[in-house]
Design a protein around this ligand. Structure first.
Ligand SMILES: C[S@@+](CC[C@H](N)C(=O)[O-])C[C@H]1O[C@@H](n2cnc3c(N)ncnc32)[C@H](O)[C@@H]1O
Length: 232
């Protein structure tokens, strides 16, 4: 049963926005200000350059700041990342993690991980702090240890997000965080009339987190949307 006593499959895909007198700081100017507020870590520009060359997307500066903060709050020592890309999110997570923390980062494309390794090495990050695993996330994740991770950061194939949530549930320790990027997928997740595969499946993944009472979630409109939930 879900947290409202309804069966998870019957939950609405998007809750109706409640009427509220609370002020909100929405709009492009506030969004741009928030995104640029915290300077990016050294090396982010190099990661972006390599991503452009490979036709890949990177996290936004605001998402990078959030990842570093969350890793710092938890003093994270063991983090799983799904979707290494060229290393922008890895740099942010490592900037917040404990000095002896190890990031396990999975990507299906060895070429992306090669670029990420070069970016991280140029920033002086010792190779022992980043365990890069080349492979399909759904083949690799089941081999990782239950309850052993402080954060599972999801930025891989959006069509596999529901399975990633199930894996994160298993991998996280109590008090650990699932952090799911692209949670608002170009604004299309909030548009209930849109039934493209990505927004549909991301909505399903968000509802799986919401319906799981062991998670306390928040959905943040940073970058392409960031769902953060702590596992109790
Ligand atoms: C948007 S990029 C990640 C960007 C990175 N997190 C950053 O901001 O620097 C998505 C990555 O997920 C990888 N990917 C896509 N499907 C995957 C899968 N099924 N298993 C593992 N990696 C996958 C892609 O190769 C790509 O490098």
């Amino acid at each position: 049963m879900g947290r409202n006593g309804t069966h998870p499959t019957r939950l609405k895909s998007v809750n109706p926005a409640p009427k509220s007198s609370a002020r909100t700081a929405t709009g492009p100017a506030s969004s741009a200000y928030a995104e640029a507020f915290v300077p990016e870590p050294d090396g982010a520009a190099a990661a972006r350059g390599r991503a452009d060359d490979l036709g890949l997307e990177c996290i936004s500066p605001g998402v990078a700041a959030a990842l570093a903060l969350l890793a710092r709050v938890l003093e994270a020592r063991a983090v799983v990342e799904i979707g290494t890309g060229t290393g922008a999110s890895a740099l942010a997570l490592l900037a917040g993690m404990a000095a002896d923390g190890v990031l396990t980062s999975i990507d299906a494309e060895a070429e992306h991980q090669l670029a990420a390794r070069e970016v991280l090495t140029a920033e002086g990050i010792p190779s022992r702090r980043v365990r890069l695993i080349a492979g399909q996330a759904l083949a690799v994740l089941p081999k990782l240890t239950d309850g052993a991770y402080d954060i599972v950061y999801v930025d891989g194939d959006p069509l596999e997000y529901v399975e990633y949530v199930a894996q994160a549930q298993r991998l996280l320790r109590r008090g650990g965080l699932i952090v799911l990027h692209h949670a608002l997928w170009q604004g299309l997740v909030a548009d209930e009339r849109n039934d493209d595969d990505e927004p549909l499946i991301i909505r399903e993944a968000l509802q799986a987190v919401l319906a799981d009472e062991s998670f306390t979630p928040v959905l943040l409109p940073l970058g392409d949307g960031l769902l953060v939930a702590v596992r109790s």
